[in-house]
Design a protein around this ligand. Structure first.
Ligand code: ADP
Length: 494
């Protein structure tokens, strides 16, 4: 497999910028080098031209003495300068004789070059013997600038020559200083670029690491400080998106777990319920069978005993009927809870009507029943089911509390819920039983409960009804004695 080399973001930014910068520096220095060399050449050429022209003008004016003075002046003027090596020679065209010269000696000029200026090499000289007959050492200066020209009358020829190499020393020196400045500036820019790109790429690496760990669901470091620029904005948006996504995933997972648990609980409850139902039904049926069998086996049983047995059998049938009714109620609540009709109900009316029914039918026994529910306490509910809840709680208080007073009152109200308390002043329930009294078929004292005709389904029905209507219910012992059920019901909102 061919693995493609990956450059880091920093290098991908830095390398091209570095290359462009340093190529520009090289181009600039090269350009400067040639330009300054060109400039120097031009200065050199124009000086040579000027010297030549000056001498020719002097001859044209016919002032030969001035020509000699001028040559002397040039000799002394240029001494120890770049033009130290300038060589000027004046010839009489007719005789070919050199009539004056300054600087180092050179061979006589090629007359055909008269009127020209330019460059010639040491090898272009036809001879290496100077005008005075001495050999010339050309090894030092290989290239020469020259100007050869004659006076207007063509009698005098002037040759001014300057070796090129000595003249370009200066531009090279100058170029180095200039180049040094450029290089130092470029080094500073490179360092600045490196720092800046490192900073920029650090943020990108941070973002990359962050996104990688987010994608791998490894969580992320919340302390990472992103810059306050576009990159930082993108990073923050990604974090926000990631967090929203994580929260949504968590919520879905939580809901999923809750739903799963609810389904498991439901099927477990159903299993338990049918086990319990079987068990609970067996008792009255067993008793009924016992009485009926005894009567069959003893056909001569006296009337009084027979009547007693039949009365007991009838009681067990009633109990069985009640139990079946309760089982059907609880199953209905469970199976069709969401389809139970709810409407706007004044809870004051429910309490008022139920309290009247209880007292009129004597269901309250010896206990006093008080209530304090404000008018117009509109809830979302079902009148009959709530009346059933209150009747159940009342029956229980009468049957088990042993108190003299029971009551119901509103204890709190907010935008969404009313909170009510149903209480008695009896003996309450031992704390270890409290967590279980809403369980199906749970009885604190089963013997006593059975005697009172209890099925163990009263409080489960109460709880299921309240929950089906969208409320909650809990139970606690009161400080001053007795039991208190606290339940909420949803406020009716138009
Ligand atoms: P049951 O059908 O046996 O009455 P419930 O579910 O209605 O079953 O009640 C469960 C148990 O809670 C009862 O057996 C009883 O012991 C206890 N209980 C209910 N209400 C009260 C109360 N007001 N005071 C004391 N004990 C109570």
């Amino acid at each position: 497999m061919v693995s493609k080399k990956r450059y880091s973001y920093r290098n991908r930014l830095f390398i091209p910028m570095f290359t462009v910068l340093w190529l520009s520096v090289i181009a600039l220095c090269t350009f400067h080098y040639f330009r300054s060399q060109e400039y120097r050449k031009n200065v050199l050429k124009s000086n040579i031209d000027l010297i030549t022209q000056n001498i020719l003008t002097i001859y044209d004016d016919g002032d030969i003495n001035r020509a000699e003075k001028f040559l002397e002046f040039i000799d002394s003027y240029y001494i120890n300068t770049d033009y130290d090596d300038v060589s000027i020679a004046i010839y009489d065209v007719a005789t070919g004789e050199q009539i004056g010269h300054a600087g180092f000696p050179l061979p006589p000029p090629d007359r055909s070059l008269s009127g020209n200026s330019g460059v010639f090499k040491a090898t272009d000289f036809k001879t290496s013997i100077d005008s005075e007959g001495n050999p010339i050492d050309f090894s030092r200066d290989k290239v020469f600038y020259y100007r050869i020209d004659t006076t207007a009358d063509g009698r005098i020829l002037v040759q001014t020559v300057m070796p090129f190499t000595s003249a370009i020393k200066a531009p090279l020196t100058y170029s180095f200083a200039y180049t040094a400045v450029i290089i130092i500036a470029a080094i500073v820019i490179t360092i600045f670029m490196w720092v800046f790109i490192s900073h920029l790429s650090k943020n990108i690496v941070l973002l990359r690491d962050f996104v990688t760990s987010a994608v791998n669901d490894e969580g992320f470091n919340k302390d990472v400080e992103f810059p306050s620029d576009e990159l930082g904005d993108i990073s923050r948006q990604i974090i926000e998106f990631y967090q929203t996504r994580s929260r949504a995933l968590e919520a879905i997972e939580r809901e999923h777990r809750i739903a799963l648990k609810a389904t498991e609980d439901k099927s477990k409850m159903k299993r338990q319920m049918s086990d319990n139902i079987n068990h609970e039904l067996k008792t009255p049926i067993g008793i009924i069978k016992g009485y009926v069998d005894t009567m069959i086996e003893n056909p001569d049983m006296d009337e009084q005993t027979k009547h007693h047995f039949l009365t007991k059998t009838s009681q067990q049938v009633t109990r069985l009927t009640e139990m079946l009714n309760d089982i059907s109620t609880i199953t209905r609540l469970e199976e069709a809870g969401s389809s139970i009709p709810v409407e706007k109900i004044d809870f004051h009316d429910v309490v008022f009507t139920t309290a009247n029914d209880v007292v009129e039918s004597g269901l309250n026994g010896t206990m006093e029943l008080e209530y304090d529910i404000p008018f117009d306490s509109y809830i979302k509910g079902n009148f009959n089911l709530l009346a059933e809840v209150l009747t159940n709680l009342t029956k229980n208080a009468v049957a088990y509390s042993g108190g003299s007073l029971m009551g119901i009152k509103m204890i709190a109200k907010n935008k969404h819920f009313y909170t009510f308390s149903f209480y008695d002043n009896g003996k309450g329930i031992d704390p270890e039983h409290l967590p279980h009294i809403f369980d199906r078929f749970y009885r604190v004292d089963s013997g006593r409960s059975r005697k009172k005709g209890g099925t163990g389904l009263g409080l489960p029905i109460v709880k299921n009804t309240i929950i089906t209507l969208g409320g909650t219910i809990s139970v606690r012992n009161r400080k001053g004695g007795g039991l208190e059920f606290i339940f909420t019901l949803p406020v009716w909102n138009d």
